[in-house]
Design a protein around this ligand. Structure first.
Ligand code: ADP
Length: 527
């Protein structure tokens, strides 16, 4: 039922008041209040604002205009119809200037008065409807904003949870997220033990006045375990839980409780917990798979390292004996035997490179490669590198130039590894440069690092190949590359060695024109 419209009649003439009240009372839905002068009318209007005021103009104490002014001064925005005995243009202008809705000139008929009231009230009604709509809209807006905020929070929580791969850290983060998203007093996370098929409590925390405590009692856990058995979310009073599922497999459960306040959880809380449980399940499964992959990777690296080590002895023996044969130590060889022994020797050498590369890679992957870093003269390594590859470079009729300034400072590096980096880059340079090409080695000091570059005028590297250049076993499909022996491990090792020494490596190349690999080594500090 609509509430009655309250009209305050302010008039010092009693007969006039009675006349007005009578007219109004004859219609349904109106209630009248009466004041016998301006001051009383003002007081009543301010104490309990009516919907409309019928205000006489001429009154003792306060006249009509004074009441209007006083009401406006108090910000009381009540619609007013002024009743006056002087009809004039001047009054009309003054009345509307003061924001009065309408005015009636005495004497007036019941119809005239009623029409004026209707006009003023229509405006009031419209304004009220507008206010109600605005309120409704504001509430809807607030609700929407809250929802967007929740979704945003869930999204961020989901992202932060699914990006974690350390299991213990992850479980902690999930419970943090549960507390953050659902204002629960306690929360538990349980995981299914794969072997026994039973649920085990991984974490159970209670928040009391903002602090988290381990709990002695187990009801949130019991509830969580119930949820996992039933494979759906359940709620009992101030408890709520949701299963952690990967596909159709239940891997655990999340439970929250409000046992102290007994504040019941809403359907909305249930939805949030479910959404969180979905994220958590994926993240936990990811962490589990990641751990398995890591274990498998480690086992592989250990195996490769072991095999590489075991192969060293037979390799040394094959090379040693082949070498003795080649040198004629055990008697002269026929030209054919000599050719065969040469083939054995060169293949044994290739195998030795492969074995040593595999050993390095597996140590790098296991984080077990130790460098013996000390202040080193780069020029020495720059001499040893070309020395080791000089034979091959000459065999391919390539020209080698080495440009190293005399006054280069000492660098902080492992000399053997530095030579390995250079030999690797130089080997690639002569392998992937046609006969008669040019290979150039330069070094210079810049920004606290010694820079070293190996350039060639070879086949170059396409942009697609460049993107995969430092990955394990990568070799270009280019026939000029394929015809040369190689394992695709060299650059991967080179990059790790450069970085382990605190440097960086980069490549510039133009297909068909040549390639430059440039790396940095930190200058040795003098302490
Ligand atoms: P490998 O030389 O044993 O194949 P690397 O890891 O040293 O292995 O090099 C990987 C690949 O990068 C090479 O197979 C080749 O495709 C490309 N590459 C490396 N250095 C050069 C170079 N100087 N010029 C052209 N291509 C190169």
């Amino acid at each position: 039922m609509k509430p009655d419209v309250r009209i305050l009649v302010v008039d010092d003439s009693r007969p006039m008041r009675e006349f007005i009240v009578q007219i109004i009372a004859s219609r349904e839905g109106f209630v009248t209040l009466e004041a016998s002068d301006g001051a009383e009318g003002l007081e009543m209007a301010l104490a309990d604002p009516p919907d409309l005021i019928l205000l006489d103009m001429e009154m003792p104490r306060l006249n009509g205009f004074q009441v209007v002014d006083a009401l406006r001064a108090q910000q009381a925005n009540i619609p007013i119809i002024l009743i006056t005995s002087h009809g004039s243009e001047a009054i009309a202008v003054e009345v509307f200037r003061k924001g009065v809705k309408d005015y009636l000139i005495k004497p007036f008929t019941a119809e005239e008065m009623y029409a004026a009231i209707e006009r003023a009230l229509t405006e009031v009604r419209l304004r009220r409807e507008k206010e109600a709509l605005t309120q409704h809209l504001t509430a809807a807006n607030q609700q929407l904003r809250r929802r967007v905020q929740e979704l945003d929070t869930l999204y961020r929580v989901g992202k932060s949870v699914t990006s974690l791969l350390s299991r213990d850290q992850l479980l902690e983060r999930i419970l943090d997220a549960v507390f953050y998203v659902i204002g629960a007093e306690e929360a538990a996370l349980m995981l299914m033990d794969e072997e026994s098929g039973t649920l085990r409590t991984e974490l159970h925390r209670q928040r009391v006045s903002g602090e988290l405590h381990q709990l002695a009692h187990r009801s949130a856990e019991e509830l969580a375990s119930d949820a996992a058995r039933k494979e759906h979310a359940t709620a009992t009073g101030a408890m709520l839980s949701a299963p952690l599922k990967v596909g159709n497999r239940v891997i655990g459960a999340l439970g929250v409780g409000n046992r102290v306040s007994t504040r019941p959880f809403s359907g909305h809380d249930r939805q949030l917990l479910r959404a969180l449980a979905d994220y958590a399940a994926i993240a936990i499964e990811n962490a589990r798979l990641y751990e398995k992959v890591r274990q498998a990777d480690r086992a592989k690296s250990e195996f490769v390292s072991f095999m590489a080590h075991e192969l060293r002895t037979p390799m040394t023996s094959i090379r040693g004996y082949a070498d003795l044969l080649a040198k004629g130590t055990v008697g002269p060889l026929t030209p054919q035997q000599e050719e065969f022994v040469c083939t054995i020797l060169s293949n044994a050498e290739r195998m030795q490179v492969l074995v040593s590369d595999l050993r390095d890679i597996s140590r790098i992957e296991m984080g077990q490669l130790r460098l013996e870093v000390k202040p080193v003269r780069l020029a020495e390594s720059l001499e040893n590198g070309p020395q080791a590859t000089r034979g091959q470079i000459e065999a391919r009729s390539q020209q080698l130039t080495v440009e190293v300034p005399e006054n280069l400072p000492l660098v902080h590096a492992d000399p053997a590894r530095l030579a390995q980096i250079l030999i690797n880059l130089l080997s690639n340079a002569y392998k992937y440069t046609p006969e008669g090409g040019h290979i150039r080695v330069r070094a210079w000091l810049q920004d606290g690092h010694v820079h070293c570059a190996v350039s060639d005028t070879g086949v170059g590297i396409s942009p697609e190949d460049r993107a995969r250049l430092f990955t394990k076993f990568f070799r270009s499909e280019d026939p000029a590359v394929q015809e040369m022996p190689g394992t695709g491990l060299g650059l991967c090792i080179v990059r790790s060695l450069v970085e382990l020494q605190g440097g960086e490596i980069e490549v510039e190349s133009q297909p068909g024109r040549g390639t430059t690999f440039a790396f940095t080594v930190p200058v040795a500090t003098t302490e």
